[in-house]
Design a protein around this ligand. Structure first.
Ligand SMILES: Cc1cc2nc3c(=O)[nH]c(=O)nc-3n(C[C@H](O)[C@H](O)[C@H](O)COP(=O)(O)OP(=O)(O)OC[C@H]3O[C@@H](n4cnc5c(N)ncnc54)[C@H](O)[C@@H]3O)c2cc1C
Length: 490
């Protein structure tokens, strides 16, 4: 082992010891207090979390710290949860390195602590942004040091609330299929957590071999020597373009509807603890106005991502080029825009994500009953926004609400802790900046609901509680004096 490797390992061991000490000083995790249930000889989980990315892990730690047991199920192999080491193609995180992410207020659990413990303060100061794969390494460490119970390669195939106050999860794993029962379920299913890729309808008629969405798992090596078109101009568009160019694409044309790239990240500028705490309590008009404004302004790709593309002379940024039509011409595509017709061999739609229940069979039972913002709020003319209208209208603990009261009893036992919660709660349910705040709000909400449901049991426990503080030999009863007793007669 090299000297640097040994010192990194020692640094990390010391950090882990400190973290254990911090948790011990804070008496965390709290003792389990949720009454244990067994149904049909099967133990019932307090909470099942679907998704073991940063949101699912932060949620599970927050629950465990409140004394609520939480088991995570994730369909991915261990260490490959979320986009970071799978479908993401940026070189570094887009967000600044100083964000404390899922650390939940524990300094020793931050990325910075993990990084400095291994590479030192100078390396931290020299670091510009966090390398993408290093973020995944940090998340793997996070899972290990917080000793989370994550069941990988476990896909949740169906979720069904039951009339008896439980939620049934149908899980497929390498060992076979099983049904898990939980009192509450958290869906920490990611950026596309209630749907999938948003692709314009004109892609429907194209041969699937000639196009991809930027979030598809794809070997970009197959683009070597090809003329590639990218639709869109956000961060993922730049990442796809850069990756295609580095893979040896003959040419990459980025076809951009706008006449220029947005330059200001409005979301970043507006972030502050007031917004994090206060969005939930804003009137609907303000929630909508703020989220719609951020959507319309759009988030610019990071400067480094654009430069990664523009350093290639065979990359072109074509502005004012919305797609009018696409014709298939043998093995290639003719993409018609107001700026010209482009002959391309492969198209990548970098057009974002949407709520789309039809592509998530696991939600087939619950989807028809979920109330969305479409039913809650009618925006003023000019402020229509499909993303916001399609988002679920959630309660204060991120729980789904019924479209028709009583339509699917138990639906509110399912908590939506993924991106579509944003219009209700603000950006607390996925992105790095406020994920800890979201996880703590979620866990406290669930703790309160579980306590309320079991109040009779807790009251009985209160009555039955018999651990004496005093055994009776700590004092001797005294007699009042004669004068004091005489006072009663006066
Ligand atoms: C390409 C890309 C780059 C990003 N870069 C940044 C950035 O730099 N900074 C930032 O703040 N945010 C960024 N984000 C946004 C956000 O931080 C990420 O999407 C992040 O992964 C969200 O974490 P998560 O835990 O909510 O979801 P994920 O990390 O996506 O985890 C969700 C997990 O749920 C699992 N899952 C889903 N459905 C099921 C099911 N039915 N059964 C079992 N498991 C299931 C998935 O396999 C996945 O592992 C980026 C997003 C993308 C897509």
């Amino acid at each position: 082992m090299s000297e640097a490797t040994t010192s990194a390992a020692n640094g990390l061991a010391a950090l882990e010891a400190r973290l254990r000490q911090d948790l011990a000083w804070l008496e965390l995790p709290a003792k389990s207090w949720v009454p244990q249930k067994t149904v049909d000889n099967q133990p019932v989980l307090d909470v099942a979390v679907i998704g073991g990315g940063q949101a699912g892990m932060a949620a599970a730690v927050s629950l465990l710290h409140l004394g609520i047991n939480a088991v995570i199920y994730d369909q991915s192999p261990a260490g490959f949860e979320g986009p970071w080491a799978t479908t993401a193609r940026m070189e570094t995180l887009r967000s600044p390195k100083k964000l404390t992410g899922p650390a939940l207020g524990f300094a020793a659990l931050t990325f910075r602590a993990w990084f400095e413990a291994q590479f030192g303060l100078d390396a931290w100061e020299a670091l510009d942004k966090i390398p993408r794969l290093q973020w995944m390494d940090y998340l793997r460490w996070y899972r290990k040091v917080m000793a989370l119970d994550v069941r990988n390669d476990h896909r949740m195939e169906l979720i069904r609330p039951r009339a008896d106050g439980l939620v049934e999860l149908h899980i497929a794993a390498p060992s076979g299929k099983s049904v898990v029962l939980a009192r509450r379920v958290v869906l920490a299913t990611g950026r596309d957590g209630l749907g999938g890729a948003l692709v314009p309808p004109l892609a429907d008629s194209l041969p699937r071999a000639l196009w991809a969405h930027s979030s598809d798992d794809m070997d970009y090596g197959k683009l070597a020597g090809k003329r590639v078109g990218i639709i869109g101009a956000g961060s993922s568009a730049m990442d796809s373009a850069g990756t295609a160019l580095e893979a040896g694409a003959e040419r990459v044309d980025i076809l951009i509807r706008r006449t220029e790239l947005p330059r200001i990240n409005k979301g970043k500028g507006s972030g502050n603890p007031g917004l994090t705490s206060g969005h939930l309590n804003l009137p609907d008009e303000w929630k909508w106005r703020i989220r719609h404004y951020v959507n319309v302004q759009q988030i610019p790709p990071p400067s480094g991502s654009v430069q990664r593309v523009s350093k290639f002379s065979n990359a072109r940024f074509i502005f004012g080029a919305p797609i009018d039509a696409i014709d298939v011409n043998g093995d290639s595509l003719r993409v018609r825009t107001p700026r010209g017709v482009f002959e391309l061999d492969f198209l990548i739609f970098s057009t974002g994500f949407r709520v789309d229940w039809t592509v998530r069979p696991e939600f087939a039972v619950i989807a028809p009953h979920i109330r969305s913002w479409r039913a809650r709020y009618m925006p003023p003319p000019g402020e229509e926004d499909a993303e916001l209208s399609d988002s679920p209208d959630l309660g204060r603990a991120f729980e789904f609400q019924q479209k028709q009261p009583g339509g699917l009893p138990g639906l509110e036992r399912i908590h939506c802790f993924c991106y579509p919660a944003t219009i209700t709660h603000g950006t607390l349910s996925g992105d790095i900046p406020a994920i800890s705040d979201g996880a703590q709000r979620l866990a406290q909400g669930i703790a309160s609901l579980l306590y309320g449901e079991d109040v009779e049991t807790h009251y009985r426990n209160l009555q039955d509680y018999a651990e004496p503080e005093l055994v009776g030999d700590e004092w001797t009863p005294s007699e009042p004096t004669t004068e004091e007793r005489e006072g009663l007669k006066r």
